[in-house]
Design a protein around this ligand. Structure first.
Ligand SMILES: *Cc1c(COP(=O)(O)O)cnc(C)c1O
Length: 356
């Protein structure tokens, strides 16, 4: 039976990327050697890193004066690196969930943190509005897509201060005005590559402005100077990231990814809102994520939850169980998700409704 992969992360990648990655593992560029067993400083791998960097900049629209870095440590490492490199005295953070809270916790190690708003009062099922960001902060940090709760900030917030953003779970799915940011980062395993690499886009002239001593490996400047090659980078995930970026370009780039994301989300939310058995967990349509579509059984049908999970699994749906902190279901629809899989889930929901 065909599987429909709605996993939240690591998650679905384009089939071509998986196949090309597998080929590179067996025989890289017809060299007779695996990409796993050659020097990261070889000409062939340098070409991979260069192409990944160039495509990243081109597709996201990264202006001059910024560096794109591929680093180990995941997004969780960036929670610490961002304040260590950019927080002098005070920073503002928006609390929209578990990942935002983890970023706040690390920032507090380096200075004063102003939590400008929080949606903790309603299990993070909305995006706070009407908050104001103090003007005397070094930056304002937010999470563009809240992977666990299914809320999203697709528009770059209006801000008088520079922005920093965790874009782990929606990078390359909507346009970003990079010039408003001093740093944007994320783990690659949601929308770009297998686990093992994080990306960071940093504004070069914003570096070197904090007073503290930064350990070599934790200093963005080290990786800017070393072109992500100060030490051995995560070679295989970078190779896959390069292949995904090629795929993105061949498939119309961000404008097309944004169109597909909206189309998938509109279809699925429409079914959730129509189907008497289900209810979306994010009430305000404007706040609903296009990447992680979260829903539960409606109150009268609460006891059908495990039955629907079994039913859907039997129809090839994979990874739709909601995060343990929210419950219910989560269909993660990243860039590689085909419309047919979304349609298959919708058909499955309709069929289940007919049984009840
Ligand atoms: C998955 C995720 C993280 C954590 O990423 P790691 O690479 O595992 O550290 C952080 N933020 C968001 C928004 C995520 O979706």
């Amino acid at each position: 039976m065909k599987k429909h992969n709605f996993c939240a992360g690591p998650s679905m990648l384009p089939r071509e990327v998986i196949e090309e990655t597998a080929k590179g593992v067996l025989d890289f560029n017809g060299s007779g050697l695996s990409i796993l067993e050659i020097s990261h400083r070889s000409k062939d791998f340098q070409a991979v890193l260069d192409e990944a960097t160039t495509l990243f900049k081109e597709l996201l629209g990264v202006p001059d004066g910024y560096s794109v870095l591929f680093l180990g440590g995941g997004a969780s490492m960036e929670f610490c690196l961002a304040p260590m490199n950019f927080l002098n005295k005070k920073a503002a953070y928006l609390n929209t969930g578990v990942w935002a809270k983890k970023a706040i916790k690390e920032a507090k190690l380096f200075g004063e943190v102003v939590e400008v708003a929080s949606s903790a009062d309603a299990t993070y099922n909305y995006i706070p509005k009407g908050y104001s960001v103090p003007t005397d902060v070094d930056y304002f940090h937010y999470t563009s897509n809240n992977t666990i709760y299914g809320t999203q900030i697709r528009e770059t917030p209006d801000s008088a201060v520079p922005l920093i953003c965790d874009m782990s779970s929606d990078i390359f799915s909507h346009p970003v005005d990079v010039s408003k940011y001093i740093c944007l980062y994320g783990g690659a395993q949601k929308n770009l590559a297998p686990a093992g690499v994080a990306f960071a886009v940093v504004r070069n002239d914003a570096l070197g402005r904090v007073g503290r001593v930064i350990p070599t490996m934790l200093n963005y400047q080290t990786h800017v100077d070393g072109g992500s090659m100060f030490n051995t980078p995560p070679v295989l995930p970078i190779y896959s990231a390069m292949l995904t970026l090629r795929w993105l370009k061949a498939n119309g780039g961000i404008p097309e990814m944004a169109r597909r994301a909206k189309q998938r989300a509109d279809m699925l939310y429409a079914e959730i809102d129509r189907n008497k058995l289900f209810r979306a967990t994010v009430p305000d349509k404007a706040d609903r994520s296009y990447m992680n579509i979260c829903f539960v059984m409606s109150d009268e049908y609460k006891d059908l939850e495990s039955e629907f999970l079994t039913f859907a699994t039997g129809h090839g749906m994979v990874g739709i169980k909601g995060h343990r902190s929210v419950g219910g279901f989560r269909a993660s629809c990243y860039n590689a998700m085909p419309m047919e899989s979304v349609q298959a889930l919708i058909d499955c929901m309709k069929e289940f409704e007919n049984l009840h």
